[in-house]
Structure formats: structure tokens, C-alpha cells
Design a protein around this ligand. Structure first.
Ligand SMILES: C[S@@+](CC[C@H](N)C(=O)[O-])C[C@H]1O[C@@H](n2cnc3c(N)ncnc32)[C@H](O)[C@@H]1O
Length: 209
């Protein structure tokens, strides 16, 4: 938890309490269903919470912003972002029922009122959002195809509405069709080895096929 405060020192008491509670909630759930590996539980705040919150280093979502988390798994990046931005609405979607079950329990355990969850493939979601966030779900061309028509055009932020994707490694080939994409290096924001090769891909809506 100290790690989160190191990079996000202005959290409210309520947010600190919610972030603190996450460890216990995931520990409990991991005893029942293996949602996150043991190593990941031990390093929950680095590998999952802080990594998810990296998105907040490049954008501050304004009140009322609608955000879709595609393939949320155990709730990342959606849950940490929903704690950080209580005045935005988050829709967390995953195609595996047991993952959504865990996310529902975590949402309830934290008392998060700004999160909706759906057990579904993202292709079947009929709604539009200001931003789509995601981590480790599909290569960019597939992801763009799946999410086509789900992003609103209205402009309310310094960053254009679009996809904010947490990615690692060499992305040259994967992003070759998206030349105007912006890449943000997470090592610019966090002084931890874990983030050395990690990036956020911002793919604005106007460049989507
Ligand atoms: C590697 S996990 C990543 C989970 C989470 N985003 C994280 O970073 O911890 C990928 C997740 O994407 C989900 N997924 C894959 N294809 C999907 C689709 N078309 N629609 C919704 N969820 C999908 C899988 O069920 C799985 O939970």
C-alpha cells in the first residue's frame, strides 16, 4: 500500500481504505478460485494495482466519464481505476463467468457503486464509452475489431477518446497499422524495475478502422 501512496500521495481516507482492503479480498478469493497467482498476490500492489493506475498518470478522467474495461479478469485495470475515479462509471466485462463472479464479490466487498460488470464477450456489448481500457487481452488489430463502434466521439479530455491499452515488450509489428498511436513508457512515471518495458498505448478513435 505504501507503494501506491508513493506515486499517488493525494488519496482520500476512503480510497486508502479501499486499496488496503483489496489484498484481503483477493487473498480470500484465491483460496476458493485461483484468480491471481501466488506471486501476483504477494506483489498485488506493484503488478496489478499500480500497473492499473498507470493510466491515471496520462489522463485524469473527468466526472461522468464512461469507461469500459475489456477482459478485466480479476478486475484489472478496472477496479483500481474505479477506486481512483469514484465519479466516473466503469463497465467491467469478461467472457469467463468465474472471473466476473470474483469481480462482483470484490466490488461488493469494497462497496463500489460506480462499477457494473457483465459476463460476456466484448463483441456482444451494445453500448458506447468515452474510453476503453484493457491489459493483456488480445493483439491490437483483434482488439480494435472487437471494440469497433463502442467509443463516443465527444471530446472532453486532453487525450482524445479511444483505447488505453497496457502493453509490454516490442510493439513495432503489432502497431504498424496504427502510425499515429502514442506510446507512454511507464518507467517515466514509476521508479520500479517492473515497469522497465511496460507501456500504455493510446489509440485515439479517429484513427480506428
Ligand atoms: C490474460 S487475462 C487478463 C486479465 C486482466 N485484464 C489482467 O490484466 O489481469 C485475459 C482476459 O480476457 C478475457 N477475454 C478474452 N477475450 C475476451 C473477449 N472477446 N471478451 C471479453 N473478455 C475476453 C479472458 O477471459 C481473460 O480473463
Amino acid at each position: 500500500m505504501d507503494l501506491i501512496l508513493k506515486y499517488f500521495p493525494n488519496l482520500t481516507e476512503d480510497q486508502i481504505e479501499k486499496f488496503n482492503k483489496l489484498q484481503m479480498l483477493y487473498e480470500d478469493w484465491n483460496l476458493k478460485i485461483n484468480v491471481v497467482s501466488r506471486k501476483d498476490i504477494d506483489e498485488l500492489y506493484l503488478r496489478h494495482v499500480l500497473h492499473s493506475l498507470a493510466i491515471a498518470k496520462i489522463i485524469t478522467f473527468k466526472e461522468g466519464t464512461k469507461i469500459l474495461d475489456v477482459g478485466t479478469g480479476g478486475g484489472f485495470p478496472g477496479i483500481p481505476l474505479a477506486i481512483l475515479f469514484p465519479e466516473c462509471s466503469f463497465h467491467l466485462v469478461d467472457s469467463i463467468a468465474k472471473k466476473i463472479k470474483v469481480v462482483n464479490e470484490v466490488v461488493e466487498g469494497l462497496g463500489l457503486t460506480n462499477v457494473k460488470t457483465t459476463h460476456s464477450r466484448v463483441e456482444e456489448i451494445n453500448d458506447t464509452f468515452d474510453f476503453i481500457v484493457s491489459r493483456a487481452v488480445a493483439a491490437m488489430p483483434t482488439f480494435v475489431h472487437w471494440t469497433k463502434g463502442k467509443i463516443t466521439k465527444q471530446q472532453n479530455h486532453d487525450l482524445k477518446n479511444g483505447i488505453l491499452y497496457l502493453k509490454g515488450g516490442d510493439l513495432t509489428e503489432e502497431l504498424q497499422d496504427y502510425k499515429t498511436t502514442t506510446l507512454y513508457n511507464l518507467s517515466d512515471f514509476f521508479n520500479e524495475d517492473f515497469f522497465e518495458t511496460k507501456k500504455i498505448v493510446h489509440l485515439p478513435i479517429k484513427y480506428r478502422g
